[in-house]
Design a binder for this molecule. Structure first.
Ligand code: CCH
Length: 292
């Protein structure tokens, strides 16, 4: 058997680990970008690729990677994600056998894990789809709204209140960009380290409406250097959301465990079970773990 024939075999976990490692390298090679990391924007790509899922119709989700196509690529919620898609295109050129849905979701896993977050079980099996499978605008949350809207959006995907609050803790990472969403600033003082700081700050700081010409957002009264979206702040105002947000502020381990489960579930939305290569999701190794 020639080596060429052998490469046609289905890719193994080791092959995907190589893709993971390349993604990790690219995320880190960001000297002139936000806080020196593409991790947050790549994580946001994985989330927006998956969060279009509609349980009732079975449409949307990460399966077909339809954000490659217009008009989905141009939906307001996806402003700025071109940066992440272009980075992933470099990986795709080197590993042309991987589907875009697998690549983008694996990148979300790598982003979380390499930024010191929990392990996120993941498995391949997504296939590339067509423009006709792109989802209509309006499936992703609107940050200017309140609890009923957040519930409408996330219940549609099949999440409950606890999962909603856990997922939103990803806002420990990255920042808002005025030229993308209109909002501006980071949520925490360590936007490239996965932590439960988002919840701690929500409860520990005094949040006031920012006086500016942009969309309604909150700023911390003390330093005026952090921000919260109206949808973030609602997690402390709605009784059911608040219970979970407080629990995550008090217990980082609980947050890590619940985030991992909810994020892993998010990344598989819309993918028919029979498409998955493995019956059990895999746990990919971090770059550091492979060094020892
Ligand atoms: Fe988010 N998010 N997100 N978010 N998000 C933004 C940025 C990030 C909402 C709105 C916004 C999740 C849930 C919600 C990230 C991960 C997740 C921005 C700023 C807005 C607006 C975009 C910009 O200007 O660049 C709303 C509303 C919700 C829910 O109601 C969930 C769930 C996740 C992941 C699990 C990450 C990471 C960022 C930072 C991106 C960056 O470029 O730094």
């Amino acid at each position: 058997q020639s080596a060429k024939a052998a490469t046609k075999l289905a890719p193994t976990k080791e092959d995907y680990q190589k893709v993971y490692n390349r993604i990790a390298e690219i995320i880190d090679d960001a000297d002139d970008y936000d806080y020196g990391s593409f991790g947050p924007v790549v994580l946001r790509l994985a989330w927006h690729a998956s969060g279009t899922y509609d349980k009732a119709t079975g449409t949307g989700g990460s399966n077909y990677a339809t954000m490659r196509f217009e008009p989905e690529a141009l939906h307001g919620a996806n402003a700025g994600l071109r940066v992440a898609r272009d980075l992933m295109e470099k990986v795709k050129k080197e590993f042309d056998w991987i589907s875009y849905g697998d690549l983008w979701t694996l990148a979300g896993v790598a982003a979380v894990q390499e930024m010191a977050g929990p392990k996120v079980p993941w498995r391949p099996g997504r296939i590339d789809g067509f423009a006709a499978q792109a989802t209509p605008d309006g499936r992703l949350p609107d940050a200017s709204q309140g609890a009923p809207h957040i519930r409408d959006i996330f219940y549609r995907m099949g999440f409950d209140d606890q999962e909603i609050v856990a997922l939103c803790g990803a806002h420990a990472l990255g920042r808002c960009h005025a030229d993308r969403s209109g909002f501006d600033g980071p949520w925490t003082f360590s936007p490239t380290t996965f932590s439960n700081d988002f919840y701690k700050l929500l409860f520990d700081e005094k949040w006031v409406w920012k006086k500016w010409g942009g969309p309604k957002q909150l700023e911390d009264k003390k330093t005026k250097s952090l921000m919260m979206l109206p949808t973030d702040y609602v997690l402390t105002q709605d009784k059911s959301f608040k219970k979970y947000a407080k629990a995550y502020a008090d217990d980082a381990d609980l947050f890590f465990k619940d985030f991992s489960a909810a994020f892993s579930k998010l990344l598989e939305l819309g993918v028919p079970t029979q498409q998955f290569v493995s019956s059990e999701p895999w746990v990919m190794q971090t770059v550091d773990e492979q060094k020892s």
